[in-house]
Structures are given as structure tokens and as C-alpha cells.
Design a protein around this ligand. Sequence first.
Ligand code: HEC
Length: 120
Amino acid sequence: MPRTASVRPLTLLLLAVVLFALVAVGPIGCGADEPVTPPPAPEPAPEPAPEPGGDAAEPMDDPDLVLVESKCSGCHALDRVWAKTQDRAGWEATVGRMEANGLQVTDAERARIIDYLATR
Ligand code: HEC
């Protein structure tokens, strides 16, 4: 009699533990099935800002300067050009000598280059 009496509480205890486990785990299992709220839609990438339109105001975009830089930097550094200060006749002579060295310019380009260098 005392033997069975001592087993029953243990059995009840095990049953209680199993039931508790089922009750405790149940909601967690259900929770996994709950609809997951979708992550917020990614923000649309901001439009790249348009490049500032006007470039005529930039001194670096002076077309005559660009011409000098493109025509006179092929054989030597432009420093050589900027280091020289002389009048129009001097630049005509220099550019004429550069043509003898191999510089290729049209008459209009030569005039613009000499004009730019003589008045800078
Ligand atoms: C085809 C090659 C070539 C090109 C292009 C060229 N040069 Fe020269 N430049 C030379 C050579 C070679 C020398 C050194 C010999 C001499 O002075 O002629 C020189 C030297 C110079 C000098 C230093 C000599 C001096 O007279 O004070 C200046 C200034 C100069 N070049 C200006 C210019 C300018 C301005 C341009 C563009 C219009 C130009 N070069 C384009 C070849 C070139």
C-alpha cells in the first residue's frame, strides 16, 4: 500500500510536467505561424542631383585656355609656356618656332593662341 501510494504522486508529477511543457511550448509553436509583418519597402534611391548646367563661367573652361593647354602640352610641360612673359611679337615668334618644332595648328588656332598668351 505505501508503495503504490508513493508512485502515484510521481506519476502525477510527471504528467503535470508533460502537460505544462505542452501548454508552455504550444503558444511558441503557434507564434511561429503568425504572419510576419513584411519589412518596410526600401526607400526609392534619391535621384542624382543634376550637374550644374552652366560651365562658361568657369575659368578652366575658357576655350582659348583649353586650346593652349591641348596644343602646347604635347611636347613639354605647360610650365614652359606659363613661365614665359613676352609681347605679341614675341609669342608670334615662339609659336612660329613651335610650328617648326612640329606644332600643328590652323591659322585661326594660332591667332587665338597668340592672342591668349599675349593678353593673359
Ligand atoms: C611639337 C612639339 C611642341 C609643341 C606642340 C609645342 N612646343 Fe614649345 N617647345 C618645343 C621644343 C622642342 C622646345 C625647346 C626648343 C625650342 O625652344 O624651340 C620648346 C620650347 C618652348 C618654350 C621655351 C623656349 C622659349 O622660347 O622660351 C616655350 C615658351 C614654348 N615651347 C611654348 C610653346 C607654346 C606656347 C606651344 C603651343 C602653342 C608649344 N610650345 C607647343 C616643342 C613643342
